[in-house]
Design a protein around this ligand. Sequence first.
Ligand code: NOJ
Ligand code: CA
Length: 651
Amino acid sequence: MFKWFSKSEVERDIFSPDEKIKFHFSLKSHRISYSVFKNDKIIIHPSRLGFILCGEDPLGDNLKLVREVKKKHTETITMPWGEDEKILNNYNETAFYLAEIKAPYRIFTFRVRVFDNTVAFRYEIPPQPKFSQITIKDELTEFNTDLNTTAWKIPAYQPDRYEYNYEKTFVHDLSNSVHTPLTLRTPNGCYLAIHEAALYNYGSMTIKLTNNLTLKTDITPLSDGTVAHVRLPFQTPWRMIMLADSAIELTINRTMFALNEPPSGDFSWVKTLKFIGIWWAMYVGEWTWAPGERHGATTKHAKEYIDAAVRLGIQGLLIEGWNEGWEGDWLENGIYNKFTVSTPDFDTEEVARYAKRNNIEIVGHHETVGFIDNYEKQLEEAYNYYAINNIHYIKTGYAGSMMMINGRREYHHSQLGVNHYQKTVELAAKKHICLDIHEPIKGTGTERTWPNLLSREGARGQEYEGGALSPSHACYLPYTRLLSGGMDYTSGIFDLANSVKRMSTTLARQLAYFVTIYSGMQMAADRPFMYENEFPEEYEFIKNVPTNFEKTIPIAGEIGEYYVVSRKDRESDDWYLGGVTDETGRRIHIPLNFLGQGIYEATLYTDTDDAHYRDNQYSIRKQKIKVGSSDSLDIYMAPGGGFAVQLKRIN
Ligand code: NOJ
Ligand code: CA
């Protein structure tokens, strides 16, 4: 019936609304491929598309075009929380309906959206005349960049999941698969990040350099060697290439959220949160997760921390180590974790009652160690247990090197892991519980649809301090990991010179993190006495800084070197500035032209001229001045340092 329309040779250009980006689609010799241009410069050379399916011919080799549907879309999305309240969803779309020219006559749609800052495409496979299920062995999508493109990467398939230091290399030197977002700079000066949006029911995309020297998707496999078993209809996640003229411009690309569906129900109950925790005391060896003399999560400690939270004016308290399962080597014994049984010295109900009376939100904790069979068996009951105790936030964790399920070892980022994480988010939503997932699946913007997924880890956080973090790490994050959404970095450690966990930062920089690393659940991670007794003046900033912003304006930065950003509070006219630098001290000039009219009281928390992350960490200066939008600030960041500024509107 569509024969009259069918075409076997097709070349099409799809332009971004501003016409600067061009996606070129090609169907030649019955194969499809694409390339990408920005300002007429080639960014992605002709790249293959398609799949290898189990027990069948590759899908993508014998195609004709049967239909083509074009669409323009412009809409402004409102996000309930995050770094920017409004996100522009503005693109030109073409859907290419493709069919095979010979048996088994399979059909699929290749859908392309071109935004002013991103190209995105996905495959949509409808039910086929003869079958309704497929097993995908490999996805053939390539991202054929110039080999001299610079890449900032972390390795995939490693025991510590995403928790690695970023390295700068050339594409031609990529030897192993790397995670996305994969940030790149082409020799002609274009910045891009390859990532995916709306990852559901599929292995997560890593990227590798093939023997043909082309970047190609390497979908995280299941233990049976395939990448996904799916029922039809099925659509892959969006493959996205974010494009920018500078590194700093890349950091405000929010198109990932536009590529996800609107919220799946009423989420007006979701509230971002700042919290302290029965936590760092375990890291510095004062307390333990496991019961015993130095057990952290006791009823007594919890009540003391609730009292402290009230005094500190912070809304939440995380309690780790409250349940059965931490005894002995907890990483080995993860299978024994019980998520509804507290230790004898911890009374969940009493603590929850005390928290409620004091208006403090408890953040519950589930460390699964990756034993997801053990967790899934208890999931419903475990979430009910918290829900009936008025606990609306849970931090989950998957600290094992692999997911364990009925004796099988699966990657965290495989289809199985992806589906597990999603199951927890959906069940939590039903119970009105917000999640902060550690050792998570990377962010692909699904929190637009599931706003109760308030935060995740998914990179090295401050738990790696004490030797394994350098000052450059937090200068890589805004350009890499944070392109995939917020992160629980566990900021605000003031005990910088602790002999067990010495921080590679200055004090001012610990404040900067509350601005430079966004998280819908933001932890003030040190013990309360550090805030109350040691540095109450500096704590003021943590107390005031919001967790929900209306607008984010990047000021300056370079990947792995420094990052300066300004964010406007969603509830007031106030702005918050933050900056971090690597081992190099630097002076930053910040025009305040983003401020509204009127006078602002600026409270500056800055490194002194002689501050240094190695031997003069605490040297901080707090200063108040009055400023307006025609003023500017000149701020010095010490080696391994940073700064934070609150700009409070006073008239
Ligand atoms: C690793 C998490 O990142 C950390 O925050 C947590 O305390 C431990 N696992 C124990 O669950
Ligand atoms: Ca972790």
